[in-house]
Design a protein around this ligand. Structure first.
Ligand code: AHG
Ligand code: MN
Ligand code: MN
Length: 337
């Protein structure tokens, strides 16, 4: 009964207290991100109204242009994090390069800018006008450099170095899912209290599923091995649970979240036009890979573990196969046959 009324903030503080050397800064940073997500959620809910009222792209009462939602989400997350003062660099899908930040609390002995945050401020943004779920994805690393503003080296760490990651979905309700390396936990926003309340502690993804998620319109552009794998999911074979169901809405967060809860494999493979697929390693693949592994699932680029890839640039793309362990293993077998 108690856990039902546990707020996100209480949960992250209790998690951080389990680490004796923890300073409490990670809890504060996660709380900053959660606050930004609540505010984005409010704006997402108003988006349809803004459209009816003809606000988007026009001027608001202050004479400022009404921002597109992805720009709004980007600015809000960036500002919240700047004010919080725990980070030395912000890396966003919406920015060309990283934003270096100096130590805001230089005079304090306990507070310093020791983290780096990567985020996709609004994932699935092409779905906004159709009222389909969209979301925010984030990922947190510890800096490598010791002082001053963050460097590109701080920002280009392997996914396995993440200390926390999560996403917030703006859907039929607003849900925040995060991991700080000790399981995956889900919270639902109670709009009246303005609090994220724990709804699922220690989420585990089913080891094997009956669902695949992929944009099959790209079939003609795929490799022969990829085509064979997808074909194999559609045969009638009771012993392996086939044919599988297909579920794809085109919002990675929404497709991923459904598969996390019910089991499934999500794929965005390479094709003959996009040799590295479409999704970004730092903003999309790494955070969701950390989460899926913490939930007992698997994530790969078809050959190797996503979290072991050494990034070369901030906006690097990567083929992605992520979800239930046995299904991702099977995809890898086909792709490497
Ligand atoms: P974003 O809105 O951040 O640019 O991401 C869109 C991504 C992802 O959410 C989704 O899985 C994928 O694009 C869909 O791509 P297709 O339309 O090519 O299927
Ligand atoms: Mn995205
Ligand atoms: Mn985006």
């Amino acid at each position: 009964m108690d856990s039902k009324f546990k707020t996100l903030y209480r949960h992250i503080i209790e998690e951080e207290r389990k680490i004796p050397s923890a300073s409490g800064q990670l809890s504060d940073l996660l709380a900053d991100i959660a606050l930004a997500c609540k505010l984005i959620s409010l704006e997402v809910n108003r988006a349809g109204l803004a459209d009816i009222l003809g606000l988007a792209g026009k001027e608001n009462v202050q004479g400022e242009e009404v921002k597109k939602l992805d720009v709004y989400a980007n600015d809000l997350l960036t500002n919240t994090m700047k004010v919080g003062g725990h980070i030395c660099a912000i890396c966003s899908e919406e920015e060309e390069t990283f934003i270096p930040l100096d130590d805001k609390f230089k005079d304090s002995e306990t507070i310093s800018n020791k983290y780096i945050v990567h985020f996709d401020p609004l994932d699935g943004s092409s779905n906004i006008d159709a009222n389909i779920s969209i979301g925010t994805i984030f990922s947190i690393y510890k800096r490598i450099s010791k002082t001053g503003v963050g460097t590109l080296e701080d920002c280009l760490q392997k996914g396995s170095e993440q200390i926390a990651a999560g996403y917030c979905i703006y859907g039929s309700s607003t849900i925040l899912v995060y991991t700080a390396g000790n399981g995956v936990h889900g919270f639902t926003l109670d709009p009246t209290a303005g609090e994220f309340i724990l709804f699922h502690e220690n989420i585990k993804i089913p080891k094997k599923s009956k669902t695949y998620s992929v944009n099959e319109g790209n079939y003609c552009k795929w490799s022969g091995k990829m085509k064979k794998y997808i074909d194999s999911l559609k045969v009638d074979d009771k012993s392996t649970g086939k044919p599988y169901s297909s579920r794809y809405v085109g919002s990675l967060v929404a497709d991923f979240h459904r598969n996390l809860l019910y089991g499934g494999i999500f794929m965005y493979p390479s094709d003959n036009k996009n040799l590295n697929g479409k999704l970004r390693l730092m903003y999309e693949a790494n955070p969701l890979s950390f989460i899926v592994e913490q939930a007992g699932g698997r994530s790969s680029d078809g050959n190797s573990r996503i979290l072991d890839i050494k990034p070369e640039s901030l906006h690097q793309r990567v083929p992605l196969f992520i979800g239930s362990e046995k299904d991702v293993e099977e995809a890898e077998k086909f792709l490497n046959s």
